[in-house]
Design a protein around this ligand. Sequence first.
Ligand code: IPM
Ligand code: MN
Length: 359
Amino acid sequence: TKTFNIAVLPGDGAGPALAAHARRVLDAIQQTRGRHAFVLSELPFGAFALDAGASSALPVDTLSSCKAADAVLLCGCGGLAHHGTQPEQALLRLRSELGTNANIRPVSFPSIQLVAASAYKPDVVADLDITFVRDLTGGVYYGRRQEADQHGLAYDTTEYSRHRIQSLAQWAGRHAMHFTPPKTVHSVDKANVMATSRLWRSTVTDLFADEFPQVPLQHVLVDAASETLSREPTALNGIILTENMFGDILSDQASGIIGDPNVVASSAIPTDGRAGIFEPLSLKAGGNPAQSPIAIIQAISLMLSLGLGLRAEADAIDNALRRTLDPPELVGANVQLKTLGACTTTDDFMRTFLDKLSY
Ligand code: IPM
Ligand code: MN
């Protein structure tokens, strides 16, 4: 058995409630599987940290604990500026400090009942299965920037190096190869306008020709990708490999297809193998504390599989989630369930889920 140290950042809004769910899920995994131990340390982050007197939304001790941990579970972040700082700044710093250059966001329906909660026709989206592989620590987010000067001029710049593109594309290629047949990689750029996109396209083309000739590779312009995503999203099934801002926008667009932003999980991992950050995709601090625990459950599954290499444990979580959302007595029944399956409260949902996880 191995002991994994997990830094839990409850953050703000619904975060602390989600952190409590996370503890119960990991306790249940530890008890029923008995293979590994999880030691969870809750650390102040975001507006909560500022309220508690820290001078930054990412306090020094929190950062060093995150660096020392095997994985970071981030439960809530964002919302209104607080004590003069925007909590998002803390998240951007955490990402760059941990070197989490790859943002992995799988978008698919975890259950058939959830398909009914989408605004799309079931046959258009039921098979949706896209994994976003987005650069997370480069591009316009971290490029040279100027706030408005006295002439009313401001700018943000997008910068990419060949090396940064290669590291991410390599991860995408290796991930595609884990499937038989290998997944298709859709590389999204704006090569008809942007220099960084032309570098992106030629780098990805060369790398796949050299290292992943078996992986189908397609180049798609970002505006066309957005149009396809809203009309026929399954045409982009496979991997979407893209730069920071395009991936930010497209992954939110894709999560909108699922119908409830509280369902999709996100992970930020360093392609050099250090600790990753795992989180619900929508971290909005204003979130309802009673929000669906599905995203945090999926974030834990990602943490176990991508971050800690515990594939069997991740599978157990995915199965328990599916069985909670699609209980056999409801499969095929003509019910319009929302995102808690047959349960009416989050407590009820968690009880059912933990029960299925344990047996
Ligand atoms: C995300 C979020 C962040 C981003 C914000 C909160 C800075 O939208 O994780 O996608 O834009 O990367
Ligand atoms: Mn976003």
